[in-house]
Design a protein around this ligand. Structure first.
Ligand SMILES: [Zn+2]
Length: 75
């Protein structure tokens, strides 16, 4: 699979929304592509940080933050 095609799958990949076959394709590419490797690492860290924050924020703060995320970096 080509690099351009992988980028389309990456967010689903991180969200666990891909089929087994698609995950395999992304895995294979990420292993051999330094760009995608770095991107996946970066996104994983962003997601981990967001998950940690989720426990520290009140419901209102969290909802505001979630909106920011949807409008910005993750989508
Ligand atoms: Zn790539």
């Amino acid at each position: 699979m080509k690099h351009e095609e992988i980028e389309v799958y990456l967010s689903g990949y991180l969200d666990g929304e891909l089929t087994e076959r698609e995950v395999q394709l992304v895995d294979n590419h990420v292993e051999t592509c330094a760009d995608c490797n770095a991107l996946v690492e970066e996104l994983r860290q962003v997601i981990a940080r967001v998950c940690q924050l989720r426990f520290a924020l009140s419901k209102e703060e969290w909802e505001r933050m979630e909106r920011h995320i949807q409008e910005g970096i993750l989508c």
